[in-house]
Design a binder for this molecule. Structure first.
Ligand code: PMT
Length: 398
């Protein structure tokens, strides 16, 4: 979705400019046309050559450069932008923008553009927390700018505080979210589950499974990038939280059921990509089970865990995944009928490049009406988009 988009990337005078080179590079690598505009103070930290090298584009450093494509009419850059991103943004640029000052190429472009503007502040925590900076950010937010909060950690000036440029992945995620705001799922509320559940045996052990959460996270991110409001209910995962998605962390099947029940109160679509336990230990030992006390054999008594997808019904689309090791289509069809789903996505979890943990998946999507779509091996993100194509179609038919 970023391919062929034009991002005007404003670089201002913060030590975090070196991270912006990584941002410019990553955006360029996924097919974005990155037009970098540097302020005078940004050039005290790095030269335009750095950005020119990673974007393959000339860098705009002044309103008066006669050899620039955009120099004659500075609003041309503002018009060309699909989005303007200022990262890092100093307290100074934030103050200028909040007050409509347009005394250089970057501020003039922001004032002239109709594209959405994203600001990623980076500065000393005292400057960030200063009432004036906060008021200025408040003004910009009220005008529809998206602010990516700086993160907490070591600051260049020494000490720790909130002022570090947000992580590059978070900035890219926010750009995708903002660009996707008017997508085919705009205004829809989507609940996605991801990852495996853990059913405790004692305070240190549990019954779990191999789900990494990658498939569910890909669905959540893809739905966000198509304009949906997404709640992601995540079991055990080690993935960064996708920006622009509300994440609820749970451990057990019962907790997941409670979280899904709350989240589907007002929802258009429920997509369950999580690998949920079918059985849970009948009881949980209060203290760690000691082998000296148990002896050579330990028998665990298991009882059924709640079947969330069977139990939670409502006037929304219900989509399940089927993790199978044999008779993929047959088992998935049975599940579709038994749980009265609108769609089921089946994957072979014995294939090395499909199912658990890997970044790719090979799935068959089967709909309630019997329509079957066997997809080739593709990235989990592409699988997510193919599922959401069907979701958008089904929502349109309602
Ligand atoms: O997380 P990854 O590493 O990326 O791996 C992705 C995946 C293999 C986990 C995913 O693609 C997948 O197949 N998820 C479903 C796993 C599963 O639990 O399948 P199932 O056939 O046991 O269950 C069928 C459906 O019922 C699923 O949507 C499941 O979420 C749901 N279910 C299952 C058990 C239960 N107690 N409650 C449920 O709601």
């Amino acid at each position: 979705m970023l391919v062929n988009k034009t991002v005007v990337l404003g670089i201002t005078g913060s030590i975090a400019v070196y991270k912006a080179a990584d941002l410019a590079s990553k955006l360029t690598q996924v097919g974005v046309r990155v037009e970098v505009v540097m302020t005078e103070s940004a050039m005290q930290f790095v030269t335009p050559l750095t950005f020119r090298s990673v974007t393959n584009q000339s860098v705009i450093t002044s309103m008066w450069e006669m050899d620039s494509e955009f120099s004659i009419e500075h609003v041309a850059l503002a018009d060309a932008a699909d989005i303007v991103v200022i990262a890092p943004a100093t307290a100074n640029i934030i103050a200028k923008l909040a007050n409509g000052i347009a005394d250089d190429m970057l501020t003039s472009t922001v004032l002239a553009t109709r594209a959405p503007v994203v600001i990623a502040p980076a500065m000393h925590s005292n400057m960030f927390q200063n009432t004036i900076t906060q008021e200025n950010l408040g003004k910009l937010k009220a005008r529809g700018f998206t602010i990516i909060e700086p993160s907490y950690g070591y600051l260049a000036s020494g000490g720790k505080g909130q002022g570090r440029l947000a992580e590059i992945e978070k900035i890219i995620g926010t750009i995708k979210q903002v660009l996707g705001r008017d997508g085919d799922l705009a205004g829809k509320r989507v609940v996605v589950t991801a990852g495996g559940t853990r059913e405790p045996i004692d305070p240190v052990r549990y019954v779990g499974n191999r789900s990494s959460g990658k498939m569910g996270y890909a669905v959540a991110e893809a739905a966000r990038d198509r304009g949906a409001n997404v709640v992601l209910i995540a079991g055990s995962v080690a993935l960064p939280e996708p920006p622009g998605v509300e994440v609820v962390h749970i451990q057990t099947a019962l907790q997941m059921k409670e979280a899904v029940t709350r989240a589907v109160a007002q929802v258009d679509v429920l997509i369950m990509a999580a690998a949920v336990a079918d059985y849970q230990p009948k009881s949980r030992a209060v203290q760690k089970i000691k082998k000296e006390a148990v002896g050579p054999e330990l028998t665990l008594e298991m009882v059924r865990a709640p079947d969330i997808l069977s139990e939670i019904r409502g006037n929304f689309l219900r989509i399940g995944f089927a993790a199978e090791t044999e008779n993929l289509i047959g088992h998935a069809r049975e599940e579709l009928v038994k749980k009265q789903l609108d769609l089921i996505v089946t994957n072979d979890v014995t294939a090395p490049d499909s199912g658990f943990e890997v970044d790719t998946n090979q799935v068959t999507i089967i709909s309630r009406g019997g329509k079957m779509d066997s997809l080739p091996l593709m990235s989990k993100r592409d699988v997510a988009d193919r599922i959401l194509d069907r979701v958008a179609e089904m929502l349109g038919e309602r």
